[in-house]
Ligand binder design. Structure first.
Ligand code: NAP
Length: 308
């Protein structure tokens, strides 16, 4: 029987792992399909305290894992496929292997939101991508015009990163003002290789017949005018959806699927705690996720003490 199982190895999960490991609870930490979480796909993280020059997202997550492991956290590659949280102990299944635990910390993070276009799905990995850091350097994007969709920090970061590779980057946003933080927005709009396309939505992607991206159809949401834009890549950066489908009907969540927290990191199920992006649609920062992971670890530890 485990004392603590932690689902997810992003900032929230690994911080919960660090704290529960230091409390000598030997947490079992399950990576899911994306070890290190979404931050591993970020190039440079400039706003995590303690790194005045910034740090590569992948490196930061590696260091967090090493720190948790140093105190006895057991990080295992595995995906939870079933949960039964109806009694004590809590029961989960990891790649069909049953595990029982006294407490569970859900820090399953969030995934990329898609535009929902038919051809977006058909051309995924053929020029449509959700991660510029992962794919931007591919030969198919070199010295070609590229399109980024979105108006948040992610879209700005992706557009700026892609100017290293593309001949030009169009930033298509559905409003005429970026949602991104001031510093990111200013940096992006000052970049001569980035051209914003305001009040516009991508309504189609070409060309499925050729098996690669050759352009996008754009609709101006104010005038209704439709145009096409030649490009070799479509980078979709329009936010995230929480990875909480597994807990639907079991754990209380809001309409968008974010797990509800009560009294700190508690959920509606005793012994089940939550931290990070799967429960936070407001702040969604590496450092707030880490803070929530710490809180969940402390709450789990206190819960275990109360059982004794
Ligand atoms: P976000 O802040 O939620 O922004 C999503 C953007 O996509 C918004 O501009 C939104 O438009 C647009 N959008 C949403 N759904 C759309 C749709 N169906 N079609 C077209 N556009 C759509 O998401 P994010 O940029 O991924 O950032 C998430 C969080 O991570 C934020 O808190 C951000 O600060 C943080 N972050 C930080 C950094 C950094 O500091 N280095 C880097 C990346 C992300 P509207 O503006 O009209 O709503």
């Amino acid at each position: 029987m485990e004392q603590v199982v932690i689902i997810g190895t992003g900032c929230a999960g690994l911080t919960a792992a660090l704290y529960t490991a230091r409390a000598n609870l030997k947490p079992l930490v399950l990576t899911g399909i994306m070890p290190g979480g979404l931050l591993t796909t970020t190039s440079i993280v400039e706003n995590f305290p303690g790194w005045p020059e910034g740090i590569d997202g992948f490196e930061l997550m590696q260091k967090m894992q090493q720190q948790a492991e140093r105190f006895g956290a057991r990080v295992e590659f595995g995906t939870v496929d079933k949960v039964d949280l109806s009694g004590s102990p809590l029961k989960i299944s990891v790649d069909r292997k049953p595990i029982e635990t006294k407490t569970l910390i859900i820090s399953s993070g969030a995934g990329h939101r898609h535009l929902g276009l038919e051809n977006e799905a058909k051309l995924e990995n053929k020029g449509v991508t959700f991660c510029a850091t992962c794919d931007g350097a591919l030969p198919m994007f070199r010295d070609k015009p590229l399109v980024v969709v979105g108006g948040g920090d992610s879209a700005c970061e992706e557009a700026t990163f892609l100017t290293r590779f593309g001949s030009k980057v169009y930033l298509i946003h559905r409003r005429d003002q970026l949602r991104a933080s001031k510093i990111m927005a200013e940096r992006t709009l000052a970049n001569p290789k980035i051209e914003p396309v305001w009040d516009s939505a991508v309504t189609d992607v070409f060309d499925v017949a050729q098996g690669k991206v050759t352009g996008v159809k754009i609709k101006n949401l104010k005038s209704g005018e439709e145009t096409t834009l030649d490009c070799a890549g479509l980078f979709v950066a329009i936010g995230h959806v929480p990875n909480t489908q597994l807990f639907k009907g079991v754990i209380d969540m809001d309409d968008a699927g974010y797990i509800k927290r009560v009294n700190g990191s508690n959920t509606n199920v005793p012994g089940v705690f939550v931290a990070g992006d799967c429960s936070d649609k407001v702040y969604r920062q590496a450092v707030t996720a880490a803070g929530m992971g710490c809180a969940a670890a402390i709450d789990a530890e206190r819960f275990l003490t109360s059982l004794e």
